[in-house]
Design a protein around this ligand. Structure first.
Ligand code: DGL
Length: 262
């Protein structure tokens, strides 16, 4: 088993590295296998059937390669396909979803913006989260086309990217949001530029640390936490290896050796 005892983490592209870094910080002893499905990205404007098919293909590849748990580091894959993946796997599957609950619980103005992909915002899961936690609050759903592509190009601070961010957050600011949910794992890489635009009084909510905490709890409950001093990190992709290596190294902050998904 090539990935025996490792934790598998995947996203449509490099965005899930924002979750991987929280997992690495929480679990330094674990071997991590990250899979960027860049050859099939972005998921956010694809059909449900496509997202389900990709989630099952990548999830089953990780499981059959021996990982002890899977983290779905992609909100779009979670809200569209998680049920299907859980039906097919017998290992723990921990999945990120838009942090609407903590945002609704902490907003002071009562107006929350949810930034995510089109598919995520159209999902039943987001409708349910808004219904369960949005009482007495205004929850504004905002799709952000182009943001994923900017992160996939490591274009985080350019004038063009700043204009793209302003286009979608300024209308939310005018409606009084004081809390923005980063409902796509690519968006935390835009945090600095975003915070500069919205100002320090607006909270940006990223649930990556909560996902790492939940993963730690699940592995601990199953007595599957590693005892070795330091774990390895391996990167795989279905996309262009040279490009993913360049962007992943930039976002990860360390040289990433990227291999093709076999
Ligand atoms: N990073 C993904 C998410 O959290 C999706 C990006 C995409 O492929 O559209 O939703």
């Amino acid at each position: 088993m090539p990935f025996a005892d490792a934790i598998g983490v995947f996203d449509s592209g490099v965005g899930g590295l924002s979750v991987l870094r929280a997992i690495r910080a929480a679990l330094p002893a674990e071997d991590l296998v990250y899979m960027a499905d860049s050859g099939h990205a972005p998921y956010g404007d694809k059909s449900e059937a496509h997202i389900i098919q990709r989630t099952l293909t990548v999830g089953n590849w990780l499981a059959s390669s021996g990982v002890k748990a899977i983290t779905v580091a992609c909100n779009t894959a979670t809200v569209v396909a998680i049920r299907h993946l859980r039906e097919q796997t017998h290992i723990p599957v921990v999945a990120i979803e838009p942090a609407i609950k903590p945002a609704a619980n902490t907003t002071r103005s009562g107006v929350v913006g949810v930034l995510a992909t089109t598919q995520t915002l159209q999902s039943e899961s987001v409708a349910r989260l808004c219904q369960e936690h949005g009482e007495g609050k205004r929850i504004l759903l905002q799709a952000c086309p182009g943001w994923v592509e900017a992160v996939e190009q490591a274009d985080l601070h350019s004038v063009r990217t700043e204009a793209l961010l302003r286009q979608f957050v300024e209308p939310l600011m005018e409606q009084g949001v004081d809390t923005l949910v980063l409902g796509c794992t690519h968006y935390p890489f835009l945090r600095d530029t975003l915070q500069r635009i919205v100002g320090d009084d607006v909270a940006l909510i990223d649930p990556a640390v909560a996902v790492a905490t939940e993963l730690t709890r699940r592995l601990g409950d199953n007595r599957r936490l590693n005892k070795q001093p330091i774990g390895t990190t391996r990167f795989f992709t279905t996309g262009n290896i040279a490009h993913v290596k360049y962007v992943a190294s930039h976002l990860w902050g360390d040289a990433a050796i990227v291999e093709a998904m076999p």
